[in-house]
Structure formats: C-alpha cells, structure tokens
Write a protein that binds this ligand. Structure first.
Ligand SMILES: NC(=O)c1ccc[n+]([C@@H]2O[C@H](COP(=O)([O-])OP(=O)(O)OC[C@H]3O[C@@H](n4cnc5c(N)ncnc54)[C@H](OP(=O)(O)O)[C@@H]3O)[C@@H](O)[C@H]2O)c1
Length: 326
C-alpha cells in the first residue's frame, strides 16, 4: 500500500503519520505533502500524488476540492479530514465504533467528521442504544490546536486571542446566529448517529487549552432510564472510558484515543434528563486516529485501491471486495 498524507506539516497531518506508525499499518511507501516543499516533504500536485493509492487529506477545504477528485477518478481511496465532503448524501461519515456498517463496497471517499462531533457521538451512541435520544444540548471547551498549527504556535508564544481568554465563536455566524462549528456539530452528529432530525443545540467555545476538547452535554432520552443503566452502557461501549466518580480533564487525555465520560448525573425527576462531561483528544480520536481506523477497516475488508495505472498496488490487503468501480 502506497500512502500519502497531504498536509503532513500540520497539526492533524503530523498526528496521522504518528498514528500510522504506532498502529503498524502496513505501508510500503509513505509520501508527505504540504503547500510547499521542504525537508522530506513534497509540494502537493496531482502528478506527485499519482503513485499513491491511498491519500489522507489534512489541509484546507480547497486542498481537498482540488486534489481529491483525480485520485477518486483513478480508483484511489481518499480519507479526508476537511469538511468538504462530509454532508454529501452519497458518502458515509464513519466513526468505526458507531457506524462501520455504513461503508459499502463502492465507497472510496471517506470524510472524517468534525472533531467535536466525533467525540460527542462516541459518548452519545451508548445512550442512543440504551434508551434512545430525544434531544441534546452541548457547550464545548475546545483546544487551541483545533484551530491548527499556526494559532497553537502563537498561543505557545503567549500571544493571540486565546491566551487567558474564552472565545465563543468558531467559524462564521449564519443568519440564525449559529457559528459554522455549531452547525457542523449538529448536522454531522445527526448523520453519524443516523438520527436525521435529532434536536441538537450547540454552543462552541475556544478555551486556553493546548490539546483535547471538553464538552458539557445535557441530553434527554426517549425512554425512562437511570444513571445505573447508562453507566453500564458506557462501561461496555467501544472507545469509551467511563469515570463513575471523579473528574477528567484535557491534560489527562492528551495523546490518548478514547473518549472519556465523567460526571454522569440525573438532571430531573422524570428519568429522562441527564448531564455528563465528555473529553477527548481532538487531534487523535477527533481526527487522525479516526482516519487511520477507517483505513484499518478497509484493509480488514480486503479493499484494494488503485494507483494511476488503474491497477491495485502491490499490497498486503486480503482478498475480498474491492472499492474500484466498474
Ligand atoms: N486541528 C484539529 O484538531 C482538527 C480536527 C479535525 C479536523 N481538522 C481539519 O483538518 C484539516 C487540517 O487541520 P490542521 O489543524 O492540521 O491545520 P494546520 O495545522 O493549519 O495544517 C494545514 C496543513 O495543510 C497544508 N496545506 C495548506 N494549503 C495547502 C495546499 N494548497 N496544498 C497542500 N497542502 C496545503 C499545510 O502545509 P504548509 O505547512 O505548507 O502550509 C499544512 O501541512 C482542516 O481541514 C481542519 O478543519 C482539524
């Protein structure tokens, strides 16, 4: 398998390279790409990406729009961390712990969801499965590295808008007053959880934390349930670390792949309103780890993407279904 990472010098791209190595994904050739060439990194172009059958994108929306289509046309696999393709009805938005079954043999394009939405969904899926979900209200406390490498470097130098501050705007506001991040969290959570009309209200806030997003979640269930029943659901949930007592903070989870759930409590007498505190490393589970997990799923299913020549690469993929069309 010949793998490229576009945006390899950025916060997410660098983490993808690290996670590929940690998880020992069978990569024969790894190409690193960015907007310009430097040590070990090539400038991105359609031609330079031709030898690669599987390409991770961790650049801007424009980067993905420009360079992903030729890769897909030749039968390659694209795993894209930008928001460009997430809400397209013909592509799955996969969080492997939740909806791996959304992947069909013809799929070659795999957007990775918004980091806040992924972390929220991993925590909400056990609730959905145990008692149904009627509504969700979430306030977020999002790390500076979520804005990318440049704002993080500025923050580390003691400069910029996030030092000693909280900023209740991530993305542009629309005419209804919601920010771009808030809209993504709502729409993508609905898609990942397969609850297309779930009432979900988000307030997303940048806080002076380097890495890992926190979320204060208030949810209403469809059926009566208890803290005990929900605790059991969290304890058995893939990708979740449940803290029945105590707290968990961003610093505790930096560098880990699980979503942490703490402070689960009843928020009323009707057995349907609850609150919880959720924390996850957004560069890992919220982006890079989720992206690499998607590739691992494809490998397990025997998917064989192709290079420019239209042939499957010499790969260690098992025999099985193929993602190549026609
Ligand atoms: N940060 C997060 O926590 C997070 C989480 C989930 C999703 N995302 C998404 O992941 C993507 C990357 O985010 P990031 O935070 O890693 O950003 P970042 O730190 O600013 O890095 C951006 C990367 O993209 C490269 N790039 C920019 N324009 C390019 C072009 N025209 N051609 C090729 N490469 C180009 C940059 O290369 P140069 O170094 O040459 O400029 C850099 O490697 C974004 O779409 C973001 O929304 C981010």
């Amino acid at each position: 398998m010949n793998v490229a990472v576009v945006g390899a010098t950025g916060a997410v791209g660098e983490t993808i390279v690290q996670v590929l190595r940690e998880r020992k994904v069978p990569v024969e050739r790894l190409g690193l790409f960015a907007s310009r060439a430097r040590d070990g990194v090539q400038e991105t172009s359609t031609e330079a990406l031709e030898p690669f059958d599987t390409v991770f994108f961790a650049g801007s929306d424009e980067t993905s729009s420009q360079f992903a289509p030729p890769i897909l046309e030749r039968g390659g696999v694209v795993i894209d961390n930008s928001s460009t393709y997430r809400m397209r009805s013909d592509v799955p938005l996969v969080v492997p712990e939740i909806n791996a079954q959304a992947i069909q043999p013809q799929h070659r394009l795999f957007p990775v969801g918004n980091c806040t939405a992924i972390i929220l969904c991993v925590a909400l899926a056990p609730v959905r499965d145990a008692a149904g979900l009627r509504s969700v209200n979430v306030a977020t406390y999002q790390a500076v590295s979520g804005a990318g490498r440049a704002p993080l470097e500025e923050f580390d130098a003691g400069k910029g808008p996030f030092v000693g501050n909280v900023v209740p705007q991530i993305g542009e506001f629309d005419e209804s007053g919601y920010s771009g991040e808030e809209t993504k969290v709502r729409d993508e959570t609905r898609k990942i959880l397969d609850l297309p009309v779930l009432p979900l209200y988000a307030t997303t806030v940048r806080v002076p934390v380097r890495t890992a997003h926190s979320e204060a979640v208030f949810f209403e269930t469809e059926r009566d349930t208890t803290v005990e029943e929900l605790s059991r659901a969290f304890e058995g949930a893939p990708g979740v670390v449940f803290h029945p007592t105590g707290i968990v903070t961003p610093r505790d989870v930096e560098g880990t792949d699980e979503v942490h759930v703490a402070r689960l409590r009843s928020a009323g007498d009707d057995k349907r309103h609850f609150q919880m505190w959720v924390v996850g490393d957004q560069l890992r589970k919220g982006a890079a780890t989720n992206a690499v997990q998607i590739l691992e799923l494809l490998i397990a299913r025997g998917v064989r993407p192709s290079t420019r020549l239209g042939r499957p690469s010499t790969s260690r993929f098992a025999k099985g279904e193929t993602l190549r069309s026609g």
